[in-house]
Design a binder for this molecule. Structure first.
Ligand code: SF4
Ligand code: SF4
Length: 372
């Protein structure tokens, strides 16, 4: 069993209460099974064969957002998100995955995207007016941007064009594979990663730029774990890092005064897993006329509303909506005009709950407003 590798986490967490107050899912559902301790007790029983994986015991494993709040607040640095992902791999190997989880996997394998939408060129890719070709920089949009948040892809390609960058996209761009890995389909994820890496290498790119923290994280961390050495051969940058470099090299200049108060929502993966809390704030501070304000829960303590790849929205939409509404309340309380994210999935989740209380946008969309 994969969870055996995390016996130290199971043993530590099953008798510990210290992070339950910051657990995204435990504080939302108020169910003991959704706390880090609850999951550890459950997995201890599974490991010792006093319980088995079934519909009831599998559910809390897929409710965890793998946000990392527990790990980051743990004095022992016990890695609950990795334990949960190992447990999901056991679930898949024992063929106990819930129907909705299997549907996401089938969508990716059969249609190339998490939604199971038609295999046409995604909207975001069409608008970039780019076709396959060799270039120094590959812009990788990811499913959510390409299919649901095409405005972010348009803004990104406008910035790259204005900066005079030699870039390309994959016209038949498919999912990065993060949801496969995250949901426990490790073999499928490894095969997927190997094939996608070959397509990416064929572009001859030296850099991959993505505005999606899930794609960024899978390329930087999970591909390596699956034996696909993308991040050692090609530089992987989040759009915030890339835009920051463009500014530092004088390739773009922020000109237009925006005159607004903005608050920034930290992304789980970019923030907790890659320590990129300050860079997006520095970008916002560089925009003329912007007044940044902080939400009560920020940086390491920021709330989360989705899981990587947006799987929580598909598996537990009501919980995802409720988590997003909490973040909107926190943003509105700051008095900000605009809530800024660095994740297309989060942007979609927060926009849906914002109604008319606050504007929500991606940082790239805000940057583009200042360029023209
Ligand atoms: S992650 Fe750390 S703080 Fe949380 S339950 Fe486990 S040992 Fe305790
Ligand atoms: S990763 Fe997040 S949701 Fe999962 S147990 Fe830890 S704090 Fe809770």
């Amino acid at each position: 069993m994969h969870i055996r590798e995390y016996t130290d986490v199971i043993n530590a967490c099953k008798t510990c209460f210290m992070c339950r107050h910051i657990c995204t899912m435990g504080t939302e559902t108020q169910h003991e099974a959704d706390t880090p301790r609850g999951k550890a007790i459950l997995l201890h029983s599974i490991l010792n064969k006093t319980m088995e994986l079934n519909e009831e015991t599998v559910a809390p494993l897929y409710r965890c957002t793998t946000c990392g709040a527990c790990k980051n607040n743990c004095v022992g640095n016990y890695d609950m998100p990795s334990l949960v992902q190992a447990a999901r791999a056991d679930v898949v190997e024992q063929e106990k995955a819930p129907t909705e989880v299997a549907r996401i996997k089938d969508n990716i394998l059969n249609k190339g995207n998490i939604f199971g939408l038609k295999k046409d060129i995604p909207v975001g890719m069409q608008s970039s007016k780019k076709s396959a070709g060799k270039a120094d920089v590959l812009y990788f949009a990811g499913c959510h941007t390409a299919y649901l948040q095409s405005g972010i892809a348009e803004a990104m390609t406008r910035i790259m064009t204005q900066a005079g960058e030699n870039f390309t996209v994959l016209p038949g761009e498919v999912c990065c594979g993060k949801p496969l890995y995250l949901l426990g389909y490790r073999k499928a994820a490894q095969d997927w990663a190997g094939k996608l890496f070959q397509q990416i290498k064929a572009t001859g790119c030296k850099k991959i730029v993505t505005n999606c923290p899930s794609c960024y994280d899978v390329f930087k961390r999970n591909y390596e774990a699956m034996g696909v050495s993308i991040a050692t051969e090609i530089e992987v940058l989040h759009a915030a890092e890339y835009i920051s470099d463009l500014m530092a090299n004088g390739k773009i200049e922020l000109q237009k005064q925006l005159g607004m108060i903005v608050t920034y929502h930290d992304d789980d993966y970019l923030g907790r897993f890659h320590s990129l809390h300050e860079l997006p704030r520095q970008l916002l501070s560089a925009i003329p006329g912007i007044e940044p304000v902080e939400m009560r829960w920020n940086r390491e303590e920021a709330a989360s509303c989705c899981e990587a790849g947006g799987v929580l929205q598909q598996l537990y939409p009501q919980i995802s909506r409720s988590l997003a509404a909490r973040i909107i309340d926190g943003a509105v309380a700051t008095g900000a005009d605009r809530l800024v994210t660095v994740c297309p999935i989060t942007k979609g989740a927060l926009s849906a709950q914002a109604t008319e209380r606050i504007d929500v946008c991606d940082i790239i969309e805000l940057m583009v407003e200042t360029l023209m």
